[in-house]
Design a protein around this ligand. Structure first.
Ligand code: SF4
Ligand code: SF4
Length: 518
């Protein structure tokens, strides 16, 4: 039976762990490393952002610095992760040309995820791979996975939550916990699990490693032999450490652009969320800087940086943007599972259309909270209705679960309804998702031209295809305060049973109504 190498690099700093990833991947690409399984842990708690994420957008810097939580950047894409000292990481370094490696990225995720899930089942838990890249136990995530590629070498990695501190994760990552009550935090906790909660005890780290090793042996038909790092690997690691601990690597390669000076958009795709941030010279309409971030995976990982540098200093006209993106995809053929070139074109176009709002009195910061439905903002003229979400109604109000509002003055829904009437519009409260669908269909069939509405950014991200399918153009304005998505209560909210209260951004609503009716 074929033998693969096993390296257990023990508990190390985040810097060392990230630098070791690149060390081993480079050596694999140079064919100096056999197929290898690595186990890793962290000597201090750490937050690791995905390769294409901005640290400022994802991490509470002050909290992490005060608590000694290390911050670093993974080589792989995906979302930000919190790692406690007890969590375990596994990594496979393998050649792309190995016949056991599927050529389709989605199948690679499945192969690796199922191998790790097989290992976890040896511990006596019912773990299963869940597309796109998680391992779950009865709907609760115990492991996330992801990979990257370099010159024919693949690094595929995953986490195993062993004895996880969800509260610390909530404090370290940018999740608005200060606005959450205890029961709300509980609902977030219900989305994850760890070995200790599943088994009622924490298995020894050696037992977990042995089970995972067995899972990989069975899945790949190999056996593993434990071998420490070689001198060559240790030396290359030492050379890489200064860069992996530098601000340039951790922060600057995805340094977020100042919000008040940028135009932004977000687009949910089957492969993850794309966020665009563009700094533009309004006079010359040239793109000064562009940042494409998100939790997607890109192969090779530099593809997104290369695309950004092609777009930088180019004219912001749509045909030019489209030409750059299409020829980039044709030449470089990057693999970005679930994300197509058209998604990037669309996301950039939507950020750029906000440029036309600035001369109309909108502040740069305000444009981040506006989302187009079906048509550019300037084409939504004289909308007849204002749609208001039930989640902004006072929780104790009789109308919380009923259509309508008496405008009693106790919450922003009444003020917004009054404002709508002053512009000759009909305010309509929306009580749940079904109500939204039927209201939009009804409005469309009654000849209504367009609508203004308010909802949270994640709702827009997720239901945008539904708005487009129904076909009524409009503008949506972000709600303020914690949303049901922040709290993991989107299922309750869908049925109209979200119990938190959001707030409508009344000053922005007024500006939008003046703009559309001006
Ligand atoms: S303004 Fe309307 S929704 Fe708000 S508390 Fe009063 S009646 Fe209820
Ligand atoms: S998804 Fe939740 S927070 Fe967002 S608008 Fe709907 S009920 Fe409100």
């Amino acid at each position: 039976m074929e033998t693969w190498r096993l390296i257990d690099t023990g508990a190390r700093s985040a810097t060392e762990n990230m630098a070791l990833d690149e060390t081993l991947l480079e050596l694999k690409a140079a064919e100096k490393l056999p197929h290898t399984l690595r186990f890793l842990q962290f000597s201090t708690p750490a937050v690791l952002v995905g390769h294409h994420q901005s640290v400022e957008e994802e991490v509470r810097l002050d909290y992490c610095q005060n608590k000694g939580i290390e911050i670093n950047r993974r080589l792989t894409g995906g979302g930000a992760l919190y790692w406690g000292r007890k969590e375990l990481g596994w990594e496979i370094f393998i050649s792309q040309k190995d016949l056991r490696i599927p050529s389709k990225i989605e199948e690679l995720y499945q192969k690796m995820g199922e191998a790790a899930a097989t290992g976890l089942r040896h511990l006596g838990i019912r773990a299963h791979f869940r597309p796109r890249n998680d391992i779950e136990i009865q709907g609760r995530k115990i492991s996330g996975t992801g990979g990257t590629e370099l010159s024919g070498a693949i690094l595929f990695q995953g986490t195993i939550l062993v004895d996880f501190d969800v509260d610390e994760m909530l404090r370290a990552l940018r999740i608005p916990t200060e606005k959450l009550q205890d029961k709300e935090i509980e609902s977030i906790k219900e989305r994850v699990t760890c070995l200790k909660w599943e088994l009622g005890r924490t298995p020894s780290i050696q037992t977990i490693k042995a089970s995972l090793t067995k899972g990989f042996e069975e899945s790949f038909g190999v056996r593993f032999e434990n071998k420490p790092l070689t001198i060559e690997e240790e030396n290359l690691l030492k050379i890489k450490l200064p860069y992996f601990s530098s601000q340039d690597y951790i922060f600057k390669i995805r340094n977020s652009l100042p919000r008040r000076k940028t135009l932004s958009s977000l687009l949910k795709t089957p492969g993850g969320l794309i966020r665009i941030s563009i700094a533009i010279d309004i006079k010359t309409q040239v793109i000064n800087q562009i940042l494409i971030t998100g939790d997607f995976f890109a192969y090779p990982k530099r593809a997104i940086f290369d695309l950004e540098s092609l777009l930088k200093n180019s004219k912001s006209s749509l045909p030019r943007i489209e030409e750059i993106i299409r020829s980039f995809f044709a030449d470089k053929k990057p693999q970005i599972p679930g994300v197509k070139e058209g998604h990037f074109i669309q996301a950039i176009e939507e950020a750029l259309q906000k440029m036309y709002l600035l001369p109309q009195g909108f502040k740069g910061e305000e444009t981040h909270h506006l989302f187009p439905v079906l048509k550019p903002f300037r084409e939504v003229r004289k909308p007849e209705v204002l749609l208001l979400p039930y989640c902004a109604k006072e929780v104790e109000c009789l109308y919380r679960n009923l259509p309508g509002c008496e405008q009693c003055g106790r919450c922003s829904v009444g003020d917004a309804a009054q404002m709508a009437r002053s512009f000759g519009m009909d305010p309509i409260t929306i009580q749940n998702y079904e109500d939204l669908e039927s209201t939009l269909h009804h409005l469309k069939h009654s000849g209504v031209r367009g609508f203004i509405g308010s909802c949270c950014e994640p709702f827009y991200g997720k239901h945008r295809p539904d708005f487009e399918r129904i076909g009524l153009p409009g503008i949506l304005i972000d709600v303020e305060r914690s949303t049901c998505y922040d709290l993991g209560q989107e299922k309750e909210a869908f049925k109209g049973r979200f119990e938190n209260q959001t707030h409508l951004n009344l000053s922005l609503l007024k500006r939008v109504l003046e703009y559309c009716h001006g």
